[in-house]
Ligand binder design. Structure first.
Ligand SMILES: O=C1O[C@H](COP(=O)(O)O)[C@@H](O)[C@H](O)[C@H]1O
Length: 332
């Protein structure tokens, strides 16, 4: 499997592209200097573009991905707020952008040429909007509003509009601060990391009444942890067996195993990592994890070990300044 790791470093305004070898070694392919602070990134479902949110002039840049994983800029479109998180729907027809500072989520059509266009709808008053996550069925967009302790649920309609679902939202524990989400491959459960109390919630996507319901909430910090909690990112292996979440105060990755049906998490261990890990990701084979240290200016690569999903550090690499987003793209 040929893979490329992209890291975004807003302080030095760079995207680094690394080749990831089968044995877990990284080698630098390309450094792209960008006219703006690069933050959230996502690869298109067709795997031909990398979309990157930049600021302070809020826009999304579209980079065409060459066969070897190198990037070339192909176009851009405006965004309605500072991009905190971007994602696409599962067909690659729409781009979503969540903005924490501007309290909104937007939807932008993606043109035939693969370049996003101007937003066609902006939903506001989502205080602390931190991400936009389409479910596996490509029907419901989950939008955590961190400062409101709620996750808003929108139907993605065939005409490219978002409308509140009949169950318009679910709420977390007060003060939890829902931030980032992932979905189990079986489509029945989602996992949300809560920034302010460093917990992870398991959400059943359809209970007996067909509604979204929280079925588990787990403290992700080691027993006795008494410092300020400041969780950030969450990712699941492609087979749905191991889940990881990071906390920035303690610079820790928490390792969870996932029950076969996806409905129950168990903490397996805690891995010290790069200073202030704001973003990390898992490769497409489910064998490696790459974490970025916003304050160490390095990324660290780990091997995911059977049978618990614990992490073995392999190597660390200097990147740009303030790395905070990691995306891993499969070339073949
Ligand atoms: O995790 C956090 O995210 C918010 C939003 O990030 P931004 O990069 O879009 O400004 C940030 O303001 C907050 O301090 C931080 O804890």
């Amino acid at each position: 499997m040929k893979q490329v790791v992209y890291t975004a470093s807003p302080e030095s305004q760079q995207i680094h592209a690394w080749r990831l070898d089968e044995d877990g070694a990284l080698s630098l392919l390309q450094v792209t200097d960008v006219s703006g602070q690069v933050q959230p990134m996502v690869v298109s479902p067709k795997k031909d573009f990398l979309y990157v949110g930049v600021r302070p002039n809020f826009r999304v840049l579209a980079f065409r991905i060459a066969a070897d994983g190198t990037l070339s800029e192909a176009g851009e479109a405006p965004l309605p707020g500072s991009p905190t998180h971007i994602s696409t729907d599962r067909t690659g027809s729409y781009l979503f952008c969540g903005s924490y500072n501007d309290a909104c989520v937007s939807i932008s059509p993606i043109g035939e040429d693969g370049v996003p266009q101007a937003p066609t709808q902006v939903i506001r008053e989502l205080e602390g909007c931190h991400s936009a996550n389409i479910d596996n069925a490509n029907q419901t967009l989950f939008v955590p509003a961190l400062k409101q302790d709620r996750i808003c649920l929108y139907a993605l309609n065939a005409d490219g509009t978002l409308t509140p679902r009949e169950q318009a939202q679910v709420t977390t524990v007060e003060g939890a601060g829902p931030r980032h989400m992932v979905f189990h491959p079986n489509g029945s459960y989602a996992y949300c990391v809560n920034e302010l109390d460093s917990t992870v919630d398991v959400w059943a996507l359809a209970n007996a009444h067909g509604e979204v319901e929280r079925v588990q909430s787990l403290d992700m910090m080691p027993p006795g942890f008494s410092e300020t909690r400041w969780a950030a990112d969450i990712h699941l292996t492609p087979d749905g067996r191991y889940l990881y979440a990071c906390d920035r105060t303690s610079s820790t990755l928490t390792v969870f195993s996932v029950s076969e049906d996806g409905g129950l998490l168990t903490i397996e261990g805690y891995q010290p990592t790069e200073t202030q890990p704001r973003g990390f990701n898992i490769d497409n084979s489910g064998r490696y994890l790459v974490a970025a240290g916003q304050k160490s200016h390095h990324i660290e690569l780990y091997r995911i070990e059977e049978p618990q999903g614990l992490l073995t550090p392999l190597a660390r690499y200097a990147v740009g300044q303030g790395p905070m987003w990691v995306v891993i793209h499969q070339l073949d």
